[in-house]
Design a protein around this ligand. Structure first.
Ligand code: GLA
Length: 409
């Protein structure tokens, strides 16, 4: 009887909370809920960053933003201009920032933070970067020229940001995904082939040299919960810590509701946290096979489980970012991985993040009239401008979540 009464009163409380939320036209704000623990954030592609009403909504929920593709080397390195400069000096590097401008401008105007992603990566980096005269038909440059290009690239990015957006970019992924899947070794990227084993250390050295004081420098990777990759990540972090230029580690966490297990996730967090670094969750999403109520509840539970694990290490986590806002604008859209549905209604996953120990979804709260979904035209424009599973993965070398990635990814 006591149990039934208890259930009745919780249901009543939930319903009245839903009514008052609906009346006030507001959702609970994730950024406010977590303000004392860590920054809550999201990735946004350019077309969302340029959509003021969508960004105004995002700013109520999130305090830190990652440009999804717009600060990757293929968006920043100006190959044509670099090729022209290379006629005089093969170490010269030309950069451009037009793709990232909408987000940087919005963040600057509205006092939001940006996490820079990414300076050095094997993927979404023009092949020409690695070749003499920036011509893919020519041989690879020497180690010396590549180091000079790396330094010049990082210098140009840092100087532009400091001059135009001082204080906006609070942290950077200096290096992304350098450790191979299924091994503890560095991935056989062009960076490794040309510079050698110390390329991660040199990237951090240059980033530290040119980053404005106080900018936090991160190594970012996926499949941290898997061995032997986890050991490779720990070994790499130790060499970087020894040189003194790294501030932290970013767990991507592209997970599924049933993989990896909570124990695997917690063990990975525990092991990396023991290195004493600052931590971030940089790209959180949780895939499910369909959007049935049962799957949505399973997904919500996984989000709650993850948030409860992170909470235990809240003194080391400085930020937790989801990798997108709504299911239809996600690189894993077939797996409904995010906190809001296509119509911008908060899913059970949203309520789970808002209150990982709480009762779950507030029934009947339909907020799509307050925060409408994208028009069909918007969606088409986003896809055409490079956001979709296939389109943001040049060469198809990275279209995998933690579950799906194999050595070949
Ligand atoms: C990786 C990268 C991200 C992005 C995702 C897919 O996790 O770090 O920049 O490309 O893949 O969106």
């Amino acid at each position: 009887m006591k149990k039934i009464l208890c259930l009745f009163f919780s249901a009543l409380m939930i319903l009245s909370a839903a009514a008052s939320l609906a009346e006030s036209g507001a959702l609970p704000s994730l950024r406010e809920i977590y303000a004392e623990k860590f920054d809550i954030g999201t990735a946004v592609p350019r077309m969302i960053a340029a959509n003021k009403s969508r960004m105004d909504f995002c700013a109520t929920q999130f305090v830190i933003f990652t440009p999804e593709n717009e600060l990757k080397p293929d968006a920043v390195l100006d190959v044509t201009a670099s090729r022209a400069l290379a006629q005089e000096d093969d170490t010269a590097v030309a950069v451009r920032f037009d793709a990232a401008k909408p987000l940087l401008d919005y963040a600057k105007e509205n006092g939001l933070k940006v996490h820079g992603h990414v300076l050095v990566w094997h993927s979404q980096t023009p092949d020409a970067f690695f070749h003499e005269g920036y011509a893919v038909s020519k041989p690879f440059v020497s180690r010396e020229v590549m180091l000079a290009r790396l330094e010049n690239y990082i210098k140009a990015v840092m100087e532009y940001m400091d001059a135009n957006y001082p204080g906006v970019i609070v942290s950077w992924d200096v290096l992304n995904e350098a450790v191979n899947d299924g091994s503890s070794n560095l991935r056989g990227s062009n960076w490794l082939k040309i510079i050698g084993q110390d390329y991660p250390a040199r990237a951090f050295e240059y980033a530290r040299k040119y980053a404005p004081e106080g900018t936090l420098l991160f190594y970012n990777d996926y499949n941290t919960a898997q061995e032997p990759k986890q050991t490779g990540i720990v070994n790499l972090l130790k060499t970087l810590i020894a040189e003194g230029n790294i501030d932290g580690y970013g767990f991507q966490m592209h997970h599924d509701a049933d993989y990896p297990s909570n124990a695997q996730i917690e063990n990975a967090v525990k092991r990396i946290s023991a290195l004493g670094l600052k931590l971030r969750v940089s790209e959180l999403d949780v895939g499910i096979p369909n959007n049935s109520e049962a799957s949505l509840q399973k997904q919500a539970k996984k989000y709650a489980d993850i948030m409860r694990i992170l909470d235990k290490y809240a003194d080391q986590f400085i930020a937790v970012q989801v990798w997108g806002i709504s299911d239809n604008v996600s690189w894993r859209s077939a797996k409904y991985p995010l906190l809001f549905d296509k119509a911008m209604n908060p899913k059970p996953a949203f309520w789970a993040v808002a209150d990982p120990n709480g009762p779950g979804i507030l029934p009947g709260l339909i907020v799509s009239s307050l925060y409408p979904g994208l028009t069909e035209q918007d969606e088409k424009r986003i896809i055409m401008h490079g956001h979709s599973n296939s389109l943001n993965q040049p060469g198809g070398d990275m279209p995998c979540s933690d579950t799906e990635r194999t050595e070949s990814c």
